[in-house]
Design a protein around this ligand. Structure first.
Ligand SMILES: O=C(O)[C@H](O)COP(=O)(O)O
Ligand SMILES: [Mn+2]
Ligand SMILES: [Mn+2]
Length: 566
């Protein structure tokens, strides 16, 4: 089916009317877990979210948001924003980057592709640089994939390899960076014993170096550029293990925010700047936090910061990060081909769409929602509004973030009537409320409680507007985070470290997420079906399409709702 419009015509729903304003609210990082002191959602005042479950239990349920339900390799993989919003928007489950890379490495196909052949041309004479997030979080990258790629590249002729590591502490427990660097060092030593000149060349914490997203703060990417490309950083060390250990000694230091460092030789010269003729691979499979560096590496015209020196390199991404922008042009593994998303169907069926979040989540409700696609399907039918996020702070400092500003925009869109022109049957107002997730990632339990209340306040504002226009609301989340801030032992009790302190969980969780539907526009008799007990995020798209008065495309995951009576 092309995007001409005809193939996108949806059949009328036999029972549900058109013409409703629907608010689709995604609470980022809001799962369901047992109440205890590390469940910040439970410990926050969240009367609106609580009321859904209490007052209309047949219109509230839990859905799966992790593992195979969102296209990840195993049930041990926590959900994340990329796969969660992809599933919510696309209505189908696609094998995601993590899995596609696993398959390509296992079959060896990664080495037969155009991308690898391209970088391989540098192996005989130049250096192969690998840049990315070093952890086993499985959200943006995975250590075992990097290990295989290193080995595979060496076996295929890479003689000189430099790894530029970004420490995590966000998708994994803070402090684990040391062990990940040690593991990588062992692999590199093994390669050296086989005659390959392999070393870590630079590093830094992911949130301070390189992995900004949605162009919130280019200085983050610049810090990485200086260390990785120019070989310049405020901290110089002889070894990466020493670097990470030393930098972590600073008061309040943590893996996410380690300052940039370079590894230097006995003469104090950095061991791995990127120079003309080198090959570079960014090994993250997830796009949002790598696409800015990809632009800096690939674009001839670039004005976001002074690159000082722009080496002529052979660059490939682990995946292509943006299909519309064709960025990067070369890649090792083809990304999932997500097409015919619900957003595209809706604009072709007369549904106007308004989408909004603040910068740090803006691409989630646009780019990820639309199947990793930038821009509008139809600019006359859609309006996307980005509220600038705070820059240069950790979000526990401002846990309310821009939740209320996002809700105000949604409210105004709902009340404005702007999306209800005479010939327009219906409209969708879609937002992401970031607080539970972004503050949850800081590991600050108190601030996360404040964050959850702010998210609940935002939901209330949107629900109130929906009440006023006789609309419908759908409130859900993309994965868990704020509902569990402690690492758990096998019995489910908070795990403690060697000093007896509870290990704080900064990452997402494997928990299911709630979904609630309601509002005065919801037709009588609509309730959740009981025959999709394993329903997940991918079932939401068909549900929303039904609520707009259409049948969902036949290959979408089944709707979660039924209409009883009449
Ligand atoms: O990039 C991040 O912030 C985390 O690794 C994952 O969080 P998200 O999937 O909610 O964006
Ligand atoms: Mn998320
Ligand atoms: Mn998150």
């Amino acid at each position: 089916m092309g995007s001409s419009g005809n193939g996108f015509k949806l059949a009328d729903h036999p029972k549900l009317p058109k013409g409703k304003t629907i608010a689709m609210v995604v609470l980022d990082g809001w799962g369901e877990a047992k109440p205890d002191e590390y469940n910040c959602i439970h410990n926050a005042e969240t009367p609106t979210m609580d009321s859904f479950k209490k007052t209309a239990p047949e219109k509230w349920r839990l859905i799966r948001a992790h593992g195979t339900a969102v296209g990840l390799p195993t049930e041990d993989d926590m959900g994340n924003s990329e796969v969660g919003h992809n599933a919510l928007g696309a209505g189908r489950i696609y094998a995601q980057g993590a899995k596609l890379v696993d398959l390509a490495l296992a079959s060896g196909k990664i080495y037969d592709g155009e991308g690898f052949k391209y970088i391989k041309e540098s192996f005989a004479t130049n250096t192969l640089h690998l840049i990315g997030l070093l952890s086993d979080g499985g959200v943006h990258s995975r250590l075992d994939q990097v290990q295989l790629l290193l080995k595979g590249s060496a076996e295929r002729g890479a003689k000189r390899i430099r790894v530029h590591v970004l420490t995590d502490g966000r998708d994994v427990i803070d402090g684990t960076s040391v062990a990940f660097v040690e593991t990588l060092e062992k692999d590199l030593a093994d390669l050296r014993s086989k005659g390959v000149d392999a070393q870590i060349a630079s590093g830094g914490g992911r949130m301070y170096v390189t992995m900004d997203r949605y162009e919130n703060d280019w200085s983050v990417v610049k810090r990485g550029w200086d260390a990785q490309v120019l070989g310049e950083a405020p901290h110089k060390f002889k070894s990466a293990v020493e670097a990470v250990k030393k930098l972590r000694e600073e008061p309040k230091a943590n893996d996410q925010y380690l300052p940039p460092f370079v590894i230097v030789d006995d003469n104090g010269k950095s061991v791995g700047p990127i120079v003309d003729g080198d090959a570079v691979v960014t090994f993250n499979f997830r796009a949002d936090r790598m696409v800015m560096l990809a632009k800096a590496l690939e674009y001839a015209d670039f004005d976001k910061f002074d690159r000082v020196r722009v080496p002529k390199i052979r660059y490939a991404g682990m995946l292509q990060y943006d299909g519309e922008l064709k960025l990067p042009n070369r890649y090792l593994v083809s990304p999932p081909e997500i097409e015919r998303t619900s957003g595209e169907y809706l604009v072709h069926n007369g549904v106007k769409t308004f989408a909004c979040s603040e910068t740090v989540k803006f691409g989630h409700v646009t780019f990820f929602w639309n199947g990793n696609r930038s821009g509008y399907f139809n600019s006359e039918m859609e309006e996307y509004v980005e509220i600038p996020s705070d820059v240069g702070i950790t979000f526990n400092v401002q846990p309310k973030m821009k939740a209320i500003e996002i809700a105000e925009k949604a409210r105004d869109a709902i009340l404005s009537g702007k999306f209800h022109q005479a010939n327009i049957s219906t409209c969708l107002v879609r937002v992401n409320i970031p607080n539970g997730d972004m503050v949850g990632h800081t590991g600050d339990v108190k601030a996360t409680v404040v964050a959850c209340k702010a998210a609940d306040d935002a939901v209330k504002m949107i629900i109130d507007a929906i009440e006023q226009v006789g609309g419908i609301y759908v409130v859900t989340a993309d994965h868990g985070n704020a509902e569990d801030m402690a690492k758990r032992d096998k019995s489910g009790k908070p795990a403690v470290d060697k000093n007896g302190n509870v290990q704080i969980l900064t990452s997402h969780t494997l928990q299911p997420v709630p979904i609630a539907i309601g509002g005065p526009g919801l037709a009588p008799g609509v309730r959740f079906r009981s025959d999709v007990p394993d329903g997940g995020l991918a079932n939401v798209a068909a549900t929303v399409i039904n609520l707009h008065g259409f049948e969902a495309p036949s290959d979408y995951e089944p709707t979660l709702i039924e209409v009883v009576g009449n």
